[in-house]
Design a protein around this ligand. Structure first.
Ligand code: EPS
Length: 391
C-alpha cells in the first residue's frame, strides 16, 4: 500500500521523498509530477519565494523505462533558494556568522519545537515546520492521482472561501463542472485562486488590502472525488475508518485547523430525517442516494457517492506587522521578526489537500483490490463493480 516519508528543510539543499508501495506498471514521467508542482506554486497572495523556485523532480529510483516497477520510488526536488542560504544552512560546520532566530512566531512551531528539541536557534525548527514541505506531499499525490486515473477516479481540491469571503456553492456539481468554473474565473480575473465561486474581485481586494496592512489570511477548501465504489475503508476497527484516515492526512497539512465531511458542522442543528441521505434502488443504477450530506462516507466506508471533505486553514503565522512575542535568549518582550512570507496560501493548500486525499484513496483501493500491480488491481476492481451492481 502506498505510504511515504519526506525529508528536507525550506532553505536547505532540497526535499527528498520516498514513496513505497506504488503498484507496478504505472506510466510515470517527471512531467506528470512537475505539472502539479507548478500548480502548487501558483496562487494570488503568494510571496516572493515562488519566483525563486521552479519545482521540478529528479526521479532517483523505482521507475524504469517510464514505468513503475513496484520498487520504492525515490525523488528529489532542489531548492533554488539554497544558493542564497549555503552558509546559514550548511550541512558541514560553517566559519561565517550565524544569525540565530530567537523570536518565536505565535502560530508557528518555533517556541514549542525549540523547547522540545532543546534548540536555541529556532531556525532548526522553522526550516522543517515550513510549508515548503508540502511540495513533497504533492509529489506523492501526483503519483497517486496517476494511478487513480486508470480507474477513472479524479480528485479535485478547490477553495471555498478566503478571509471569510466565499460563495462557492458547489453542492450537486461534479468535478468537471467545478474545474470549468475555476478555469473561467482564473481567465476572467487573471488570478490563480482555484475558486469556483462568485465575489472574486472582493477576495482579490481583500488580499491586496491585507498585504498593505502587513497581515495574512486563511480560508476554507473542499476536496471532491468522483463517485467511489462502496466499501473502501471499514467500520470494524477505529483505525480502519477511511474518514479517520482522511482527517489525519488533512490535519497534517501545515496550518490546517479543522476538517468536516459533507454537511459537517451543519449536522448539529438539524434532525436525522432532514440530514440522512435516503436510500433508493433502480435496476440501472443499483442502490443510490439523491443527496450527499455524509460526504460519501458512512460507518468509515465509502457509500458509493463522491467523497466531499472540507478543511480550514488558519492565516499564515509570519505576519509582516509583527506580533507580540518574547525573545528566547533575552526573555524580553519583542515584536516578531519579518523576513518574507506569503499573504495567503489557501489556493496552494487546496492542491496539497487534493494530493493527500488522493494518497489515502489509493491506499484504500489497494487494500480492497490488491496493490502490487495495476492490471491485477483492475481485474479485481472490475469484478467487484459487477458484484456490487448485482447485489
Ligand atoms: C513558509 C514561508 C515562506 C513560504 C514557504 C512556507 O518561505 P520563505 O520564508 O522562503 O519566504 O514561501 O513556502 C514555500 C517555500 C513553498 O514552496 O510553498 C513557512 O514558513 O511555512
Amino acid at each position: 500500500m502506498i505510504r511515504y516519508l519526506t525529508a528536507g528543510e525550506s532553505h536547505g539543499k532540497g526535499l527528498s521523498i520516498i514513496i513505497d508501495g506504488v503498484p507496478a506498471n504505472i506510466l510515470i514521467s517527471p512531467e506528470d509530477i512537475n505539472v502539479m508542482l507548478g500548480e502548487r506554486q501558483k496562487g494570488y497572495g503568494r510571496g516572493h519565494r515562488q519566483k525563486i523556485e521552479k519545482d521540478k523532480v529528479e526521479i532517483l529510483s523505482g521507475v524504469r523505462f517510464g514505468k513503475t516497477t513496484g520498487n520504492p520510488i525515490g525523488i528529489f526536488i532542489k531548492n533554488n533558494d539554497f544558493e542564497n542560504w549555503k552558509g546559514m544552512m550548511s550541512v558541514e560546520p560553517w566559519a561565517g556568522q550565524v544569525k540565530e532566530y530567537s523570536v518565536p512566531r505565535p502560530g508557528h512551531a518555533d517556541l514549542t519545537g525549540g523547547i522540545k528539541y532543546r534548540q536555541k536557534d529556532l531556525r532548526n525548527i522553522l526550516e522543517r515546520a515550513s510549508a515548503r514541505e508540502t511540495a513533497a506531499r504533492v509529489v506523492a499525490g501526483a503519483i497517486a492521482k496517476k494511478v487513480l486515473k486508470s480507474f477513472k477516479i479524479e480528485v479535485l481540491g478547490f477553495v471555498t472561501s478566503i478571509g471569510g469571503i466565499g460563495t462557492a456553492t458547489v453542492e450537486g456539481l461534479d468535478i468537471n463542472k467545478i474545474t470549468t468554473m475555476i478555469a473561467a474565473t482564473e481567465k476572467k480575473y487573471s488570478a490563480d485562486l482555484r475558486y469556483p465561486g462568485k465575489n472574486v474581485e472582493q477576495i482579490m481586494a481583500l488580499i491586496d488590502k491585507t498585504k498593505k496592512e502587513g497581515d495574512t489570511l486563511g480560508g476554507t477548501i473542499t476536496v471532491l472525488t468522483s463517485p467511489l465504489p462502496p466499501g473502501l475503508g471499514s467500520y470494524t476497527q477505529w483505525d480502519k475508518k477511511l474518514d479517520a484516515k482522511l482527517a489525519m492526512a488533512l490535519m497534517s497539512i501545515q496550518a490546517f485547523k479543522g476538517v468536516a465531511f459533507g454537511a459537517g458542522f451543519a449536522y448539529a442543528g438539524k434532525t436525522g430525517s432532514e440530514m440522512h441521505d435516503e436510500i433508493y434502488y433502480a435496476q440501472k443504477q443499483g442502490f443510490f442516494r439523491k443527496t450527499n450530506n455524509a460526504g460519501g462516507v458512512e460507518g468509515g466506508m465509502t457509500n458509493g457517492n463522491p467523497i466531499s471533505v472540507s478543511a480550514v486553514m488558519k492565516p499564515i503565522s509570519t505576519v509582516m506587522k509583527g506580533l507580540s512575542s518574547a525573545d528566547i535568549k533575552t526573555k524580553k518582550p519583542v515584536k516578531t521578526v519579518y523576513e518574507r512570507s506569503d499573504i495567503c496560501a489557501v489556493p496552494a493548500a487546496a492542491l496539497v489537500a487534493e494530493a493527500v486525499v488522493a494518497v489515502e484513496i489509493l491506499a484504500a483501493m489497494q487494500e480492497k483490490f490488491g496493490g502490487d500491480e495495476l492490471n491485477e488491481m483492475k481485474l479485481n476492481y472490475e469484478n467487484y463493480l459487477k458484484y456490487v451492481a448485482n447485489y
